[in-house]
Design a protein around this ligand. Structure first.
Ligand code: GLU
Length: 464
């Protein structure tokens, strides 16, 4: 059974890099009919907050990636961690270190002065004497002092760490008794029976430490997959300046969760040249060993394109629902289906779609100045008036084609061209010269409102 997890630290919002590793973990577990667990790493009481944890959970639930079982909060598990610290002490695999802050600083500066990597020198490893008074000890684990720690990473291949270059007897519990980061991650991954750890490669250097802990506790070491970072256009680590990084900002900008997931799956993984993947397809095709070995570049245009592809295809009821978030409710609008159909190809985001929908559903409150200058001149208003009378004389038009037939006849009789009428009508309907097919718009606005809107423009009244 494959068990994966997503383990965010609630220091802020849910980051898209985090969401990408969550997605990879989710896909891999689902592909193997396994489990995908969610753990909130909130042991750093100074940096973590409950609001951040809630924000992360909300963002996560917006993406519709579901996790199995209850969410695990590390802050509720201190007793468990303490018992494993005690076990290691009892087994002589960890020890109390009474080195004071000053001593440690002194050691560091001597080592730096002699160009040695700053590291703990193991002075309390085999200490049996009387502990110095006034120092609350930290607990250090006995790490190997020589050789290599190696593992096979599912993405990077064999990874070797030379112990002397990077390891010392590191702290597993601070002097106030709280366990350290690598310790709790390891204990939880082991107790949650995680078989496959998929995470950002910024955690690569934590892995040898975690392996030391797995070994000390005789836990089975999971498979590791360290996913290369997402970089910006300049090849630097993605930062806030590069755009929205908070998953919820994507929602605010009108991206669909499935489009964001599709974008993220492709950011670091591919299947031929296919760009659009349903979640089911991702589950079927994804394998973490196919994740790119090199970092991937964030590309906003690609995200916009993917989002527009989803807007083109999603069921209209779903788009109607999405519009609610932008304060546009067309659930009871009589021609909502047609409205969505004429606009879906034009909108790149739900936010844009919302503006377009509003423009058609609501009577214009003002008219675009440039458009008026360009198109409301000469006989434009006279023609519009005449067209209105034709409409009144004809009676209700019930479809776009009925409006079209009537308008074409009118144009023929008057010896006018479509453009002489279409732009002024657009301005009357939506306040600007930009709209989808004018007859579709007339049909959606509806016969009575069409007449009202033409009259409003003829009167030249603006609401502001
Ligand atoms: N809590 C860590 C983070 O948010 C992830 C730990 C892990 O995946 O091992 O970066």
């Amino acid at each position: 059974m494959v068990v994966t997890r997503f383990a965010p630290s609630p220091t802020g919002y849910l980051h898209i890099g985090g969401l990408r590793t969550a997605l990879y973990s989710y896909l891999w577990s689902k592909k193997n009919s396994g489990k995908f667990l969610l753990r909130i790493e909130d042991t750093d009481l100074k940096r973590n907050s409950q609001e951040a944890a809630i924000a992360i959970e909300n963002a996560f639930s917006w993406t519709n990636l579901s996790h199995d079982g209850e969410i695990i909060y590390q802050s509720t598990r201190f007793d468990i961690y303490r018992s494993y610290v005690q076990q290691l002490l009892d087994e002589g695999k960890a020890y109390r270190c009474y080195m004071s802050r000053e001593e440690l600083d002194e050691l560091r500066s001597t080592q730096t002065a002699s160009k040695i990597r700053p590291h703990y020198d193991g002075r309390y490893r085999d200490f049996e004497g009387e502990p110095p008074s006034g120092v609350e000890p930290v607990i250090r684990i006995k790490a190997p002092q020589k050789g290599e720690i190696s593992f096979v990473d599912g993405i990077k291949g064999e990874v070797h760490f030379n112990v002397e270059d990077m390891l010392d007897d590191f702290i597993i519990a601070r002097s106030d008794g709280t366990p350290t980061y690598n310790f709790v991650v390891t204990i939880d991954d082991a107790l949650m029976n995680i078989t496959d750890v998929i995470r950002g490669d910024d955690h690569l250097s934590n892995t040898p430490k975690q392996i030391v802990i797995y070994n000390a506790l005789d836990f089975k070491i999971p498979k590791f997959y360290h996913v290369p970072m997402i970089l910006n256009n300049q090849g630097k680590k993605l930062s806030k300046r590069d755009g929205a990084l908070d998953v919820m900002e994507y929602k605010n900008e009108g991206y669909l969760p499935e489009a964001l997931l599709n974008f993220l799956v492709r950011l670091g993984w591919s299947h031929g040249d296919q760009e659009i993947f349903s979640l089911e397809e991702m589950i079927e095709l994804f394998n973490p060993t196919d994740i790119n070995k090199s970092a991937s570049a964030y590309n906003e245009e690609k995200l916009i394109w993917i989002n527009s592809q989803y807007i083109k295809k999603l069921p209209s009821e779903r788009l109607v629902e999405e519009l609610e978030f932008f304060g546009v409710s067309i659930k009871d609008y009589p021609k909502k289906e047609e409205l969505i159909e004429i606009l879906r190809d034009r909108a790149k985001t739900i936010k844009e779609l919302a503006v377009m929908v509003k423009n058609i559903v609501n009577e214009p409150t003002s008219y675009d100045e440039k458009a008026c200058k360009k198109f409301i001149k000469g006989d434009a208003l006279k023609n519009l008036e005449a067209f209105k009378q034709t409409l009144v004389a004809h009676g209700e038009c019930k479809s776009a084609s009925e409006f079209e037939i009537l308008a074409k006849k009118f144009l023929e009789v008057k010896g006018l061209k479509l453009k002489d009428l279409a732009q002024p009508i657009r301005i009357a309907m939506v306040g600007s010269a930009v709209s989808p097919s004018v007859f579709e718009v007339l049909n959606i606005v509806g016969y009575n409102n069409v007449i009202k809107r033409i009259e409003k423009l003829l009167k030249g009244e603006e609401d502001e």
